[in-house]
Design a protein around this ligand. Structure first.
Ligand code: GUN
Length: 289
């Protein structure tokens, strides 16, 4: 079970429980690949000592180990040159033991992140950030989906939510979450609105929504008065509130009383992002069969 109904208010979509199910499947499929001589491998590259990035990459490497995937963590000093990083990516592109390459963002300012992303071979782009992956998503061709929106779609699937004809409002227009999220919702025949910092009346938009995806990175972007009763709310935010407590973009306690379903923070989208990275890495290796 990955969703829990509560007597008062929303179904809670449990990202930990859904992740456990999906990771068990990854583990089974990784075993099957290994029996055929292929161990799925992920390379995680971290440049510099951003504390949050260090936690993220550690969690990604641990998740690989737990699921039976091979992983390598390459850590470099913050003064690594762009040329040296591009050379490492080139070597990983050619390394047959590596099926997925992830360069943790942000990279230090003297390195052009776009250049780095475009240097990764599209067939190893398990983050789904390459222009080829973004383009494939745009035109409905097969390619790697960015992990966070992919995880959000799995969460909607887990409650058997039919998006056809529904109004989905995405708050945030990043290349990593907002834009690909909108594309995926569109693919499922939702009517999609993308809201952002220039949106004039956010509440007027969200009150019309059957599905709301909040992906801004700011506390209380979505409050109870902004949600239509019964709407499904997906919270991509990962913030600290004034008390230092981990929280999303959504006023969870308030909104859960009116929403039909909601994802918590922590234990919602966060674990799903890493799970979909494992899925992408596994599928990259499976393409070699
Ligand atoms: N930085 C924050 N989120 C991500 C992510 O999903 N992938 C990478 N590579 N860097 C990130």
């Amino acid at each position: 079970m990955s969703a829990t109904s509560t007597s008062s208010g929303a179904t809670i979509i449990d990202g930990n429980a859904l992740s456990a199910q999906l990771r068990a499947d990854v583990m089974r499929r990784a075993q099957a690949l290994k029996a055929r001589g292929i161990t799925p491998g992920l390379a995680v590259v971290l440049v510099g000592d951003n504390p949050a990035s260090q936690v993220y990459v550690r969690n990604k490497v641990k998740a690989c180990a737990d699921a039976g995937l091979h992983s390598v963590l390459e850590r470099y000093e913050a003064d690594m040159t762009e040329a040296a990083l591009l050379a490492r990516i080139d070597a990983l592109n050619k390394d047959p033991s590596i099926h997925g390459i992830l360069v943790q963002l942000p990279v230090p300012k003297h390195i052009d992140a776009n250049k780095v992303i475009e240097a990764i071979a599209p067939e190893k782009d398990v983050d789904g950030f390459h222009i080829a992956s973004a383009g494939a998503l745009m035109v409905g061709q097969p390619g790697f989906l960015p992990c966070t929106p992919y995880g959000c779609m799995k969460m909607l699937e887990s409650i058997s939510y039919d998006l056809r004809g529904k109004h989905a409002v995405v708050i945030g227009r990043s290349n990593i979450v907002g834009k690909p999220m909108a594309m995926l919702l569109l693919q499922k025949n939702a009517t999609v609105t993308i809201c952002h910092s220039g949106t004039k009346d956010l509440k007027a938009m969200t009150l019309q929504a059957d599905v709301i995806v909040a992906a801004v990175g700011k506390v209380n972007v979505l409050t109870t008065d902004m949600v239509k009763p019964g709407a499904v709310v997906i919270d991509v935010g990962m913030n600290r509130n004034d008390q230092g407590k981990l929280c999303g973009d959504v006023d969870y306690e308030g909104v859960r009383a009116v929403a039909g379903a909601i994802t918590p923070v922590p234990g919602g989208v966060g674990p799903m992002t890493i799970t979909m990275l494992l899925v992408n890495t596994l599928e990259s290796a499976e393409r070699l069969l």
